[in-house]
Design a protein around this ligand. Sequence first.
Ligand SMILES: *Cc1c(COP(=O)(O)O)cnc(C)c1O
Length: 228
Amino acid sequence: MHKMRDKITEVTTRITNAALSANRNPAEITLLAVSKRQTEQKIAAAHAAGLRDFGENYLQEASTKIKRLQLSDTRWHFIGPIQSNKTRAIAEQFDWVHSVDRLKIAQRLSEQRGQSTPLNLCLQINIDDESNKAGVRPDEAESLALKIAALPNICLRGLMVIPLNPTTAASEDCPFMRTRLLFERLKTLPQLANMDTLSMGMSADIETAIAQGATIVRVGTALFGDRD
Ligand SMILES: *Cc1c(COP(=O)(O)O)cnc(C)c1O
């Protein structure tokens, strides 16, 4: 418990310092606590210490935790690979999905969202063009984003990336910079002008991501320690 508060302070200090160095308001940046393969005790402690956004990668594990913990005022984010037979449970149990890279998945999430509020969605971009990696290719992002933005029960919020390597310096070819440029270009289209989210940066590269405009950083080990 004590340790959890210290870890949260450490991470929020990193976020605040990175935001201030980039002339950004720290309040624009959400700390998404990635709780996959972490114990319910740790998650409950993080919630008690004030965190309200939690990210999970595996549906079955997540469903159990969500039901057992019953955390008040909490947003659950699905950030893992999505099989089409899992979309109904994801649409029902989560508030956000960061890992959409196919129209079929988005259509199913839209049809199966049986709730009054839309499901917040980010398009996962395969920013380093890796073979066998999840995410839509950057040159295919526009057409997919336009189709998803037109679906009911879905609010397309922005883009998510997992770069090949941790990105600890904003070099010429920084993947976070390429993601920001893509995001800004997509936002010039009227149908996509309301996108407001760049989900990028993990424990090792929070600072670089924030310097490039991240609005959600997804942090696991720096908060919770090593996973089981
Ligand atoms: C596991 C995971 C994270 C967190 O990674 P850490 O290095 O533990 O901070 C962030 N995003 C995604 C998509 C993940 O799968």
